[in-house]
Design a protein around this ligand. Sequence first.
Ligand code: FMN
Length: 223
Amino acid sequence: MHVVIINGSPRVQKYSNTEKIIASFAKGLSEKGASFETYAISNRKSWEMIREAYIKNEEILIALPLYVECIPGLLLEFLETLPKKDEHTRLSFLLQSGFAEGCQLRCGEEFLTKLPEYLGVRYGGCLVKGDNFGIRILDEAKQEQVTKPYQAMGELFAEGDGFFREEAKKFTGPEYFSLPMRLMLQFVFKTFAKKMFQKAAASLGCNTPLDEKIWETNSGCRE
Ligand SMILES: Cc1cc2nc3c(=O)[nH]c(=O)nc-3n(C[C@H](O)[C@H](O)[C@H](O)COP(=O)(O)O)c2cc1C
């Protein structure tokens, strides 16, 4: 099996969490004797080259982060430039995000489920997993440790069943946190995390409260 892997994050490769996840996944592919080539859409100059790889190959995997509960705008723009192909091509997805509950990636997954049909190709399933906010700020050893589970998913994918097997479905982890956990997180976000975000915003020059309802002020805009 030869897989074309496309990083669908707008973030430059060097800082992209998706990029680190792809590296681990690709290790798994290699372990099982599959080969791969990788691309990233963050640099528009490479789009022509990526399109060519998409046209020439039959096993395509788009790995992408969840941005604002759905698909990054830059990826949508890139997808619009892809030509229609036929069912010899299989298109699979690896959807990852910051927050950990599986439920909040389902809207994005739903969109991706429908996409292959629009492109005329076969759907190879979608691997769904959150809890990836911090990857890029970890040191190399920790990054490897955190992304290691994706290696097993690469091995699984190389066996040819896309992401339809039970192991891939279980990989998501909890669909919802337990009630005590949700209450605890709510408390943290309303107190410590809120303070931390406000401080970070202030360091970037923002002096208005982050939860300000600008539509309730007269002008809706401040100096
Ligand atoms: C603009 C933006 C919007 C985001 N929206 C969400 C979101 O709705 N839900 C979520 O769980 N994570 C969200 N995240 C977090 C990313 O999905 C997460 O950090 C991901 O690992 C980033 O991958 P990347 O570095 O390859 O872009 C968002 C990040 C950014 C920058």
